[in-house]
Design a protein around this ligand. Sequence first.
Ligand code: UDP
Length: 479
Amino acid sequence: MEEKNQNIVMFPFMAQGHTIPFLTLALKIEKMGYKITFVNTPLNIKNLKKSLPPSSTIRLVEIPFDSSKHGLPPGLENTDTVTTYDLMLDLFEASLSLKPYFRNLLSDLISGGASLLCVITDMFFAWTADVTHEFGVFHAIFSGCSGFGLGCYYSLWMNLPHRKTESLEFSLPDFHEAGKIHVTQLMDIMLKADGTDRWSRFLIYNLSLWVRSDAILLNTVEEIDGIGLSYFRIKLGLPVWPIGPVLRSVDNRSRGGKVPGISPELCIKWLDSKPLNSVLYISFGSQSTISASQMMQLAKALEMSGNNFIWVVRPPLGFDINAEFEAEEWLPEGFAKRAEEQNRGLIVTKWAPQVEILSHKSVAAFLSHCGWNSVLESLSCGVPLIGWPFYAEQFYNAKLLVEEVGVCVEVARGTHFEVRREDIVHKIEMVMRVDGKAKQMREKACEVETMIGDAIRDEEDYKGSSVKSMEEFLNAALL
Ligand code: UDP
């Protein structure tokens, strides 16, 4: 690796779902020889120290933030423990107060002699573009979302099309290519938004500032996400570079602060004992959970379908999120015992070694909330999905996978959806059977696996689309 004397400042929003993808990208760019200054508020920097490999030279730098000055509970510096949308919005609004400190930080870096190549900040920190340009430095926004998902999200907030129709389905005025959106694919805060409420004011102000940036970087792949990427290129008139998949390494993953509920070795041993393409993996990401009645239906569906499964079970809605596993309270009577006795199901509590699981040849399908990291991890292993999205752009990720890529069927939406065990069984069969549509979907998922592999191939005589995008971005920042 050629050591470069150029600095890149990276500044994610204060939420683990944002800091972790940023850190993953930072580690990748660090390997290319750049010096990284990673900025956040004190508590987040403290947490991030645990995630940094000992060999890393990334500088973690604090900027001041006093939550109590903004009417927030003392010490609240990220969304991880936030349980209401009101409090989350308070934090979003309070984050605007970071502007003068961010300006000072850039000024100090430059006056200290650092050669600043560019600043990469969060999609919720678009105000940093103007501050960065004051110093004549290149600015990019990075998001860990898909282009399609983010495109729908952007268009929905900027147009609020559901306010202008009585119909349950509508298209996006500036993004017809996305097809119809159904009201069940809107979050509550968006359903209630009318353009003058606090969420609309914050988000519309913030999204409108994206055009001030010099580029958008997305953790996605041109070959599977072209529609969303084209939307932003035309809409914003900016270069939009897909540089993904940028995925956490297994080493780095275990440092994420979450304690696995099961050792990867045990999981692999269990999977080794199962036939090829016979296991359904179920996980709803790091935050989402389902309702108690949905959990019952899912468990009964698993028994009815008779497939092998690994299920990351979290406390259902209404229970303490840190509660210890209560098999008899959350699941049908005797379910956990039967799964174990018949050696048919592995119930994992809290946290599973997801990438190791998805990489195993016994895994046939992934029942997922369609968080974009989970989607990329699944498709990087050629595993088709059963979608159960819960909020934000997850609905549109599922839509992309079902309607455009052809590697997913959707089983439910959100926590209010009255899901029936028969329907779940039907969807599981649609993806897990050895013939028909399931076979086609698996073949498609394998094609996508190859496309993703090619996108990040960096060889003397071949550079994949994501490798080229990264080079174009760094060259543009140098100009
Ligand atoms: N993850 C994991 N084990 C779990 C749950 C989640 O390793 O039991 C990881 C998963 O591999 C992914 C991330 O957590 O990298 C979840 O990100 P995603 O974008 O899918 O969803 P989010 O948690 O942000 O809703």
